[in-house]
Design a binder for this molecule. Structure first.
Ligand code: AVI
Length: 323
């Protein structure tokens, strides 16, 4: 219905508006990476995981079945698999497939999106009927309480995909310390970590020839137009991936192609030509660096595996080290 000014009234998500305005009012404009993952963003991310340049997913999924016997063989019987950021069960299924997989009798996937968790539970009821599934709808960077039904079980935590690389170092350390508390003293924790490597390999993974990552990055603006009453001219922003060697991270930015003004729920944000919005960091680790962060959060290494080209690593952690 038209409002007083003659424009059609749009529903605006106030939380999203505040989040966007707070990041875009800084001297170096930012938008939080969690804004990527609306429905279209999730679809685009799945396309990224299948791109030839994006080696992370295929390298990790090739490693998982190889290492599953060693990880599962060391677990006590009747354990629960607690997966952080589990939007689907694809990677957990590799751990649940081997001879020792019957040691896992419960699965507690943690994700913000309850509908996706419910769909996963329905699929697992068919594919893994012996498994008790306890979805937890939560932001895994907050303290997470495990359901009573699994409270007495030994725990295998699982955090695949190098999602840990999307947390800034302080947040990564805090997350690992929270997980240490949630998973307890008998736990093991399997974490997927993207390794530091030559930028000639890293940069195409975040700026692919088909332009899927560019669309993923720009989709954040599409979302703000739809949900935050913004009027970004999407074509007026380019995608840029940068390797920041000192911080050991890939950064993604949206670059304003001209001087322009954008309105967000009635507030104006001005962009100079070439000014960027920093949308994501993806930290890349050496084994020593990751092990040191984990040790500071109360974990020590119980094993690690990498592919022959040393692109990606899976670290198995156990309680130990300073907290
Ligand atoms: C989810 N996360 C591990 C991805 C990454 O590689 O940092 C997100 C992503 N951003 C661009 N491409 C993929």
């Amino acid at each position: 219905m038209p409002n007083d000014s003659g424009f059609a009234a749009r529903t605006v998500d106030r939380g999203l508006v505040d989040l966007a305005l707070s990041g875009l009012s800084r001297p170096h404009k930012t938008l939080p990476a969690k804004l990527f993952y609306d429905e279209e963003g999730c679809r685009l991310f799945y396309r990224i995981t299948a791109l030839p340049e994006y080696y992370l997913t295929r390298t990790e999924t090739a490693l998982l079945p190889e290492i599953a016997p060693a990880v599962m063989g060391a677990l006590p019987a009747d354990a629960v698999l607690v997966e952080y950021g589990a939007s689907d069960e694809t990677k957990a299924a590799f751990l649940l497939a081997g001879d020792d997989a019957r040691r896992i009798t419960a699965y507690a996937p943690i994700d913000v999106a309850m509908p996706a968790l419910q769909r996963m539970r329905a699929r697992l009821a068919r594919s893994h009927p012996h498994l008790a599934v306890h979805p937890i709808a939560a932001d895994f960077t907050d303290p997470v309480a495990l359901p009573r039904a699994v409270a007495a079980m030994p725990r295998l935590g699982f955090f695949p995909g190098s999602t840990i690389g999307n947390l800034d170092p302080g947040d990564a350390a805090r997350f690992l310390a929270l997980a240490r508390r949630t998973l307890g003293n008998r736990a093991r924790f399997l974490v997927g970590v993207d390794l530091r490597k030559d930028p000639s390999v890293l940069l195409p993974a975040y700026d692919d020839a088909a332009g899927v990552t560019a669309a993923f990055n720009r989709n954040m603006l599409v979302r703000l137009n739809r949900e935050a009453g913004a009027d970004f001219d999407i074509a007026a922003f380019g995608h840029r991936a940068v390797w920041n060697d000192a911080e050991s991270r890939i950064e993604m930015h949206l670059v304003s192609r001209k001087a322009q003004a954008v309105s967000i729920a009635g507030q104006t944000i001005c962009f100079a030509r070439g000014e960027t919005i920093h949308t994501e960091n993806s930290y890349k680790f050496t084994a020593e660096r990751f092990t040191a962060i984990a040790a500071g959060a109360g974990w020590q290494s119980a094993g690690s595996w990498t592919d022959p080209a040393r692109l990606f690593a899976l670290f198995l952690l156990r309680p130990g080290g300073a907290v």
